[in-house]
Design a protein around this ligand. Structure first.
Ligand code: AMP
Ligand code: MG
Length: 470
């Protein structure tokens, strides 16, 4: 047996993917190379030529996946089942077992596959640019996200109805903790393949949930669903506390590890607004900011429904009834993390009561005064230090009567980390945000003059506070 046969993905076998060839591109202009991510998988020392050979020409990494694999999956798009999905413009390129985690390199925009339908298999450079900034900023805000690993501009031009066209093309590589989607299970349920569902569950348990290995059959499936539910509750809470609207919470965009990925028409909230919607094609607001928890829970039911094809007696309501409590708990944890606060109460009921007060007073204040979302999180870091509130661009809001209750509540908390409270990031008056106008203003000089200066400056700013929210 050759070494490559021992790669995890080959355990699943050919029912789960198709071997595909990468597109050949006319030009290779490196636009982004994530050295920190490369270091995680031991590729940080690649020369520029080697990097291009692997992440533009897609020559196999030694002793890794020999031929790229377009992964098979289905999924619900806006709650309508689509059996024609699958990797239509990407593939699984390589896998790496690090000390504690299995990581995948997958592509976006690397050419057509059997799942491209009418698509060109390509990604716009602007799409790649948006995904870089989303992953970098979410990481800095403490969200469990895939990493953008590499982006090359490819010299092709593309026609798109949602961008001024022709528009430039890019090819992106993503580093991710699994590319198994809810839709990977759903496809097997649709095809009535209970044995393959069991095989996929075994793969997920072995590589992503090893603590479940000493459980069997239905009990293991039940614990798997509950654990995925807990991870997703945490993820969606962290999105909410980052003011993030993913935009396309289809079941093919849900990773079973609870890692956030696939950033298309996402937005960050300007001001707190539950109805804020990111995707221009989301006419009903199904995936609006405030509906994200309900959408994720709906998706968990679809995952559960797929597991039932192999384990018909799974009690889905019972298994997923904890989602709401998990979500509320995680909202508190994520908010305390964002504000660098510690709840000093001893008694569980008192802890809960104070946390609930903090959340409700914060969001009442934000809604009433139409506060800037990220600026408010920034200003109230470590409890809202008086001099910092005074020099905030929205400083006058903290003088208002409507701030009083929140101010009193904040005073009941302790600072969690003095070191974080003193971080240089908080010496500046303005929070690092990424509202749509700013994003467009960073893109403009790239589109018009191929000037990447603002983009590089933004990356530096985003990375300057890495770790403050982790
Ligand atoms: P997404 O909206 O990126 O999550 O993609 C949804 C589905 O459409 C997936 O199966 C993608 O692979 C496919 N897809 C999106 N854009 C393209 C494209 N330009 N060419 C081929 N397939 C695409
Ligand atoms: Mg997708």
């Amino acid at each position: 047996m050759s070494l490559t046969n021992t790669l995890p993905i080959y355990e699943l076998g050919p029912d789960f993917y198709d071997e595909v060839a990468a597109a050949r591109f006319p030009e290779a202009i490196l636009r982004y190379r994530n050295q920190a991510a490369a270091k995680q998988i031991g590729l940080d020392n690649l020369t520029a030529e080697q990097w291009q050979k692997h992440f533009w020409a897609f020559e196999a990494v030694p002793e890794n996946i020999k031929t790229p694999l377009a992964l098979r999956y289905h999924g619900h798009q806006f709650q309508t089942y689509n059996p024609q999905l699958g990797d239509g413009r990407g593939f699984l390129f390589a896998q790496f077992q690090t000390q504690d985690r299995l990581l995948d390199l997958g592509t976006k925009g690397s050419g057509q596959t059997p799942y491209s339908r009418n698509g060109d298999g390509r990604l716009t450079l602007k799409g790649a640019f948006r995904e870089i900034l989303a992953t970098e900023l979410l990481e800095s805000y403490g969200v469990n996200t895939s990493k953008t690993f590499s982006v090359f501009e490819t010299g092709e031009s593309l026609e798109r109805h949602d961008e001024p066209s022709p528009t430039r093309a890019g090819v992106l590589v993503r580093l991710s903790h699994s590319h198994i989607r809810f839709g990977t299970f759903q496809r097997l349920a649709f095809l009535q393949q209970p044995e393959n569902i069991k095989k996929l569950l075994a793969y997920c348990v072995k590589h992503f949930y090893p603590t479940l290995e000493n459980h069997q059959d239905q009990e293991q499936a039940a614990l798997f669903l509950q654990t995925v539910s807990q991870r997703l509750a945490k993820l969606v809470a962290s999105w909410m506390m980052a003011g993030f609207v993913h935009g396309v919470l289809n079941t093919d965009n849900m990773n079973i590890t609870g890692e956030s990925f696939d950033y298309g028409p996402y937005r960050f909230l300007p001001t707190y607004d539950p109805n804020f919607t990111a995707a221009y094609f989301d006419h009903s607001g199904l995936y609006s900011f405030g509906r994200q928890p309900a959408s994720v829970l709906w998706n968990l039911y679809q995952l559960g429904g797929a597991l039932k094809v192999a384990y018909p007696d799974l009690p889905l309501d019972e298994l997923l009834e904890g989602f709401a409590d998990d979500f509320n708990y995680e909202i508190h944890q994520e908010l305390l993390k964002r504000l660098n606060l510690r709840n000093p109460m001893q008694d569980p009921a008192a802890i809960q009561e104070l946390n609930v007060d903090l959340v409700s007073h914060l969001f009442q204040f934000m809604e009433k005064e139409k506060c800037l979302f990220e600026q408010t999180m920034f200003d109230l870091h470590s409890g809202g230090i008086r001099e910092r509130l005074a020099r905030s661009p929205q400083g006058e809001l903290y003088q208002k009567e409507s701030f009083a209750k929140l101010k009193d509540t904040l005073e009941c908390f302790e600072v969690a980390s003095e070191e974080k409270a003193q971080h240089a990031y908080f010496k500046q008056p303005k929070a690092c945000s990424l509202l749509i106008d700013e994003l467009e203003n960073i893109w403009k000089p790239i589109a018009e003059n191929d000037d990447w200066t603002s983009f590089e400056e933004k990356l530096t700013e985003i990375r300057s506070f890495r770790g403050v929210y982790s």
